[in-house]
Design a protein around this ligand. Structure first.
Ligand SMILES: [Zn+2]
Ligand SMILES: [Zn+2]
Length: 648
């Protein structure tokens, strides 16, 4: 008896019946057998020890810090080792969820007392004991009664067990003495997990539900190599230093006050300056690309959101209704808008449109309101009143490619100006569930997106089946200065809203047609984007974004008039300049300017005052000072501003 499997290179291999993925690896070569930690069997991640089904497509997953599947298996296994260690320190701990996540893993525990930093050290030490020896992760199928007996003393596990459908196999994984209800897969044995670190502990509601019990979540991370772990730990340290909430406080950019409400941002003058510059920049870029600007109401009759589908599908993210008690209102329910799309559809629908009017590009940098759970709110990154650089394009199917191309070009301009590296993900039609629009519509739309991407010469990854039911989309992911990846712009096709709002244009055939709608946000939300930029630049914003661009420091009172006139000349040219003539030492004032990350400090001593010159200290140039005339400096600084230079 034999079985045959196919490999990623298309070749086939025949093995004795009952052979496992590990046997397959061995049959190919000892090097591969040694390097493998799991296998993808017909696209599903499996233990190496699992028997292979006849006819399967098999790809061996080898140890690699660059491979998400390989990391997934390692980190999920590390989570089990964490739980094993926690049970040694707190034998009665209940066990919640313990998944791998993008940057590591966590496990939730029901314990009487929160974990202290000392607890984490002790737990990590126990983990090192457990991973010092090779205890296998062994998988076993059990029936429901057996599973109930195994987890009789852990109500959290029993709750999850009850949710496993009757027809789904129940499996447990054991790495002595720890037993977990788990689908797997895992690395072969505990000694695979060598390079790991526990990071922190925090309270987390069971299943993220504020009405359920509070558990204690321990976060950790794990890699295959020491180098990757070190790099990640360095990144975490850097991220702490760059935390936009810390920098925001130090630079007086914004605050989130308890009294105002969670997730609601007060922008202080310095932060508002950054926001204003971002808005002006985007508006300018859009105006050059023939966008029209509109303003639509922040509140609207909720019938509008019923029609758009937001209320049926998105109500939990919307704030509850207010009742309109005005005369003739019929006590209509009014809602804060969660998105701008319905308003923009109404602008489109307000008058008849012909193919000659298309494309119509509407833009609104607008506030939208989302009832995010308070536990998910985080500084500027997750807020409840968001400012979106929102835009909606209405075009004919034939214009889709050209419009997408322009959006991509806009993204490229924005990312390049800010010095951010980026990539694109194309998400295509979902495989299951109902879709809006026939196959021809999807074929044409997806082809247009691919064409636009290829015409731009941009690399992209394909997320097959990752699109929404109403259209395919392109997501932009960008990396910050410390290597973290962020979700950036989205360009989303929508066949649904034009249907719901019965949008039409009269075509060349004199008949009514549905336009295609494209939602696009380039920065996304200004709050989040500002938060990310603050961390990316560590507060050292490029000159054009810096709240204060130049500080002029007279050495003593005698030069204050000269300093003020330099400042006035700069202000005259639209440069944000101020004089710091405080009665502190020059050294103190220089340090203060450096701490505030001011791009330029100009020192005016008696010689400079006499000659009409300034001694320029550029940010990051350490103690280096260059003397130039005030006019030369003005030319340099206005040029840097106008070209949105990244330096200093
Ligand atoms: Zn598990
Ligand atoms: Zn939209």
């Amino acid at each position: 008896m034999t079985l045959t499997v196919s490999l990623p290179d298309g070749s086939e291999r025949t093995l004795p019946a009952g052979a496992s993925a590990a046997d397959l690896a061995t049959s190919i070569g000892p090097g591969l057998a040694k390097a493998s930690v799991a296998a993808l069997v017909d696209g599903r991640l499996r233990d190496l020890s699992r028997t292979l089904p006849d006819g399967a497509r098999v790809a061996l997953v080898t140890r690699s810090d660059d491979h998400q599947d390989a990391l997934w298996v390692l980190r999920h296994s590390a989570a089990h080792v964490l739980a094993t260690a926690v049970r040694r320190v707190r034998p009665g701990a209940g066990i919640g969820f313990g998944p791998p996540i993008v940057e590591g893993f966590y496990y939730d525990f029901a314990v009487d007392e929160p974990f202290t930093p000392e607890d984490l050290e002790e737990i990590e030490a126990r983990m090192r004991e457990i991973t010092a020896t090779a205890t296998p992760f062994s998988r076993r199928r059990v029936d429901r009664a057996e599973a109930e007996a195994l987890f009789a003393d852990d109500p959290l596990k029993l709750e999850r067990l009850a949710e496993i459908p009757e027809d789904e196999p129940i499996t447990v994984y054991e790495n002595e003495p720890f037993l977990d209800l788990c689908r797997g897969p895992h690395v072969p044995a505990t000694n695979e997990i060598k390079h790991f670190k526990l990071l922190n502990a925090a309270g987390a509601y069971w299943r993220g539900d504020e009405n359920r019990q509070m558990l204690q979540r321990i976060y950790g991370t794990a890699f295959y190599t020491r180098k990757a772990l070190k790099a990640r730990l360095h990144q975490i340290e850097e991220a702490k230093k760059r935390d936009h909430r810390r920098i925001g406080e130090a630079m007086d950019l914004f605050s989130v006050e308890e009294e105002v409400g969670p997730g609601l941002v007060c922008w202080h003058p310095a932060g508002a300056r950054i926001q204003m510059e971002l808005r002006r920049w985007i508006e300018d870029l859009l105006a050059r690309r023939d966008y029209e600007f509109v303003y639509t109401p922040h509140i609207a009759n909720e019938a509008l959101f019923r029609r758009s589908g937001h209320l049926p599908n998105y109500a939990e993210n919307m704030f509850p209704p207010m009742v309109d008690r005005g005369p003739g209102s019929g006590a209509a329910a009014i809602r804060l808008k969660p998105m701008n799309c319905p308003g923009h559809c109404m602008v489109y629908a307000a008058r008849p449109r012909s193919y000659r009017d298309l494309p119509i590009r509407l833009s609104e940098i607008a506030n939208v309101y989302r009832n995010e759970r308070s536990g998910t709110l985080h500084g500027l990154l997750r807020v409840r009143m968001l400012t979106m650089d929102d835009g909606h394009l209405f075009c004919t199917p034939g214009q889709v490619e050209g419009e997408i191309f322009t959006c991509l070009e806009l993204v490229r301009t924005v990312m390049t100006t800010l010095g951010l590296s980026y990539r694109f993900d194309l998400s295509t039609r979902p495989h299951s569930g109902k879709r809006i629009g026939g196959d021809e519509v999807w074929d044409a739309a997806e082809a247009a997106l691919v064409q636009a991407l290829e015409r731009s010469g941009l690399d992209y990854d394909l997320d097959e089946g990752g699109g929404a039911f109403y259209g395919p989309k392109i997501d932009v992911k960008f990396r910050d200065a410390i290597g973290r990846e962020w979700q950036g712009a989205t360009i989303q096709l929508d066949f649904n809203l034009p249907e719901r709002f019965e949008l039409e244009y009269i075509g060349t055939d004199n008949r009514a047609h549905r336009p295609v709608m494209i939602h696009r946000a380039i920065l996304g939300t200004i709050e989040r984007f500002t938060g990310v930029l603050t961390e990316h630049f560590a507060g050292a914003f490029p000159l054009w974004l810096a709240p204060v661009q130049v500080r002029v420091l007279p050495i003593s009172d005698a030069q204050q008039d000269a300093a003020d006139s330099v400042r006035d000349a700069l202000r005259e040219a639209g440069i944000r300049a101020e004089t710091d003539a405080r009665s502190e030492t020059l050294g103190y004032r220089i340090r203060d300017g450096e701490l505030k990350k001011t791009p330029y400090l100009l020192i005016v001593g008696q010689r400079e005052a006499n000659e009409g010159s300034v001694a320029v200290r550029a940010r990051g140039a350490e103690k280096k000072q260059i003397v130039m005339t005030a006019g030369e400096f003005l030319a340099r600084v206005t040029d840097e501003r106008d070209s949105r230079a990244l330096a200093p």
